[in-house]
Ligand binder design. Structure first.
Ligand code: F6P
Length: 546
């Protein structure tokens, strides 16, 4: 589909927006008692309720037409068949192979990747079990009580988010820590209080060249060697990377190096050996259940008709708001405390994937692409930024995530959490009209003048869109399904926007300039020519340093 035709499709969506602009969701619900049934879809215990969106049957039909016209299904099948859909890096995109437990081979250029995937899984299982059981110990014979993962981006956010989400499956005497920032405060505060003799480090880096990770890894190594000697490094370090030579030259012994492959993008790598700290923290069986859950969502994505396909529906909702309504941000609001890092994880997954402004063949896109993703867990967000979502001038489409069953039997917490979640999406959709406010204020006995002064402040415009994703319990399998759901949503949107969702050139310039600036930060003598702002900041920095 040429870009011209895509543009025409977005224009068509804008016509649907115009048609719908005079109607509120409140009215749509009032006129159609079947609205929830029509606009909800299920996969297993996961329910996606998208009825609280500014949609009707015609706009939905136009969105599904668009998905067909851009051949989302064909592009999806290309991904799964190992075609190098990451065109700028000439790579296949096969993270789905990492959670594929079927018999069928997964091919790249005719070669099955599955035997290597299974080998690494067997090694993850062996190593994680041995660390948990104490068969693998530190140099002094102590059992490991703390695992420190050193990585950044996809080598950090995925496993850190999953470990937190699966906290009920962890042991108090085996803690996983995540160090990512090059800010020395991060590693300093993490190591403070840890016992080197009981600490295992995992250096996680797809490239094994990332400056932040290598800097932290060397600091960790020095910290360990200082108390246990250089020879102890062997027993206290493991690595996960596609760069096996890099791991070896850091001094990691061969049986502690876990490989993965260039067809796994960093932000899609939690399913690979990058998940090793998760397997150690929650046990291999739970890690595998996480993979299997994602594998089930993959099958759903690969086979369900578009109209019932959860990732497709979510992707289309996002396109609808981005390209027809111009909404620039999207909030992810888990009413599930243990998903508190999920929005941060999704920021990388979504924004690094679809924050692009050229098409696959390098032409300027003529439409909006990825939105800003943000969010915090409910109910904390309610007491912080929900004011803007309800009454601000920007419309923020939201995803609410909610489990029916908590892990804790702590009545009345969960009932209150659920009530708050449902109340928020209802309030966003309904709003509160002037008449309703008036009745309320009169009922409260306020004077005419008081009512006049307050009225407009207390009106809620409503008609604010949201999806609700309701599942049984945040267990490993469900978490796998949820993460894969969002991955595929991002895929669908990338296909519609015609961008390469699997490269990330936008992170390179800053890295290059930081390298160049380092010597100037370290010494005022080495100053080079910069813009006046950078020069001024450097000068002030050196004056503050004394
Ligand atoms: O700089 C961005 C990025 O390349 C991410 O895509 C990636 O997840 C992260 O850096 C870390 O890279 P690596 O795993 O190679 O250290």
């Amino acid at each position: 589909m040429s870009n011209k035709i895509r543009k025409a499709a977005f224009e068509d969506l804008k016509q649907h927006r115009k048609r719908l602009s005079g109607t509120t969701m409140r009215e749509l619900f009032a006129h159609d008692p079947e609205r929830f049934t029509t606009y909800s879809a299920r996969f297993g215990d996961i329910l996606l309720d998208y009825s609280k969106n500014r949609i009707d049957s015609q706009s939905m039909a136009a969105l599904f037409d668009l998905a067909r016209a851009v051949d989302v299904e064909g592009r999806r099948d290309d991904m799964w068949s190992g075609k190098p859909i990451n065109v700028t890096e000439r790579r296949s995109v096969l993270h789905m192979a990492l959670r594929h437990f079927g018999e069928a081979p997964v091919l790249i250029d005719g070669a099955d990747v599955m035997p290597a995937v299974r080998d690494v899984l067997v090694r993850i299982k062996g190593f994680s079990n041995d660390v948990r059981d104490g068969a693998i110990r530190g140099a002094t014979g102590e059992q490991f009580t703390d695992v420190v993962n050193i990585g950044i981006g996809g080598s950090d956010l995925g496993p850190a988010m999953v470990t937190l989400a699966l906290a009920p499956y962890t042991r108090p005497n085996l803690r996983a820590h995540y160090v990512s920032n090059v800010d020395g405060a991060h590693i300093h505060d993490t190591l403070k209080g840890l016992d080197p003799a009981k600490t295992l480090f995992i250096v996680a880096s797809k490239t094994f060249t990332t400056d932040e990770t290598m800097t932290n890894a060397h600091t960790a190594r020095a910290w360990l060697a200082k108390s246990l000697g250089e020879e102890a490094v062997n027993d206290h370090f493991a690595a996960v990377s596609t760069n096996i030579e890099g791991c070896q030259s850091f001094g990691i012994r061969e049986d502690r190096i876990f490989g993965f492959w260039d067809w796994v993008g960093g932000r899609y790598s939690v399913w690979s050996a990058i998940g090793l700290p998760v397997a150690i923290a929650v046990g291999y069986e739970n890690f595998e259940a996480f993979l299997r859950g994602a594998g089930e969502m993959d099958q759903h994505f690969l086979t369900a008709p578009l109209e019932q396909n959860l990732p497709v529906i979510m992707g289309l909702m996002g396109v609808w708001y981005r390209n027809a309504w111009g909404f620039a941000t999207h909030a992810v609001l888990p009413y599930d405390q243990r998903l508190s890092r999920f929005p941060a994880y999704l920021q990388q997954q979504d924004m690094e994937s679809n924050g692009k402004s050229v098409t696959l063949n390098g032409k300027d896109v003529g439409w909006e692409t990825g939105p800003v993703i943000w969010g915090e867990p409910g109910t904390n967000g309610q007491h912080a930024f929900y004011q803007l979502i309800h009454q601000g001038t920007s419309v923020v489409p939201c995803d609410f995530l909610l489990a029916a069953n908590p892990h804790e039997d702590l009545s009345p917490h969960h009932a209150k959490l659920v009530a708050n979640c449902l109340a928020q999406s209802e309030a966003l959709m309904l709003g509160k009209t002037e008449d309703e406010v008036l009745t309320e204020l009169k009922g409260a006995g306020l004077s005419k003048d008081e009512i006049k002064a307050l009225l407009s402040h207390k009106v809620f415009p409503g008609n604010r869109p949201s999806n609700t994703i309701l599942y049984s319990r945040l267990d490993p399998e469900t978490l796998g399904k949820l993460v894969a759901l969002y991955e595929h949503k991002v895929f669908v949107q990338g296909a519609i926007w015609n961008v390469n969702s699997y490269d990330q050139w936008g992170v390179e310039l800053g890295k290059q300039l930081a390298k160049a600036l380092l010597s100037e930060v370290e010494s005022a003598e080495t100053a080079q020519a910069h813009d006046s702002s950078t020069q001024g900041l450097l000068a002030h920095f050196h004056s503050l340093k004394g």
